[in-house]
Design a protein around this ligand. Structure first.
Ligand SMILES: Cc1cc2nc3c(=O)[nH]c(=O)nc-3n(C[C@H](O)[C@H](O)[C@H](O)COP(=O)(O)O)c2cc1C
Length: 182
């Protein structure tokens, strides 16, 4: 029990969860990077999240998990509309800037206005105009369900990938061809 030798190829034991191991384990799951932005009273607010998940087609819902320690989310959650920008492989420095605790978060970013308070990052791979649908407590994070109102994609651009605490780009190599047109 607890020995993963048969699936891992080398001796590897399952260990009880601690914060560092859990963070490292989660980091093995690659994700995109999404900027969540709004302009409130003329001031832009935003953060980046790697926890974006498409949730439902009907009604159209996506989610992000937001840590309760966030100082920016209490402002963003009041926005009539929130802009989600799925960052492109060219936008690593924008992602770093948009998550920084110091300095102007928007120094690397060209913002475009959407409906209501929504603000979008130019040069991203896709954009979703959303509003907060429901916020579900989940440990030290809130799972925020967002209703999608309008979308746009930039078919030629490649996504920024976050994997093992590093920013990466896709190799571009298709392994088995498309499942369906995307
Ligand atoms: C690649 C990356 C992914 C992140 N993903 C999340 C996330 O999914 N949820 C979250 O609450 N914060 C995430 N953060 C942290 C936020 O972007 C931001 O740094 C944090 O909310 C602290 O700033 P604030 O106090 O102004 O909100 C991520 C940061 C980086 C660099």
């Amino acid at each position: 029990m607890g020995d993963l030798t048969s699936i891992h190829g080398a001796a590897a034991a399952l260990t009880p969860v601690d914060g560092t191991d859990l963070r490292r384990t989660f980091a093995h799951f690659p994700s995109g990077v999404v900027a969540v932005c709004a302009r409130l009273g003329g001031t832009p607010y935003g953060l980046v999240a790697s926890t974006f998940v498409p949730v439902s087609l009907d009604p159209p819902l996506v989610s992000v998990c937001i840590q309760y320690s966030s100082e920016t989310w209490p402002r963003l959650k009041n926005a009539s509309r929130l802009g989600l920008s799925l960052l492109s492989s060219e936008q690593e420095s924008a992602a770093r800037g948009l998550s920084s605790k110091r300095g102007d978060r928007f120094r690397e970013v060209e913002l475009r206005a959407g409906n209501g308070n929504a603000a979008f990052v130019a040069g991203a791979t896709a954009w979703l105009e959303t509003s907060v649908h429901e916020q579900v407590p989940a440990g030290d994070h809130a799972v925020v369900l967002l209703r999608v109102h309008r979308v746009s994609v930039s078919p030629e651009s490649e996504p920024l990938v976050f994997h093992r605490s590093d920013f990466r780009a896709l190799s571009g190599k298709s392994i088995a061809g498309q499942l369906n047109s995307a």
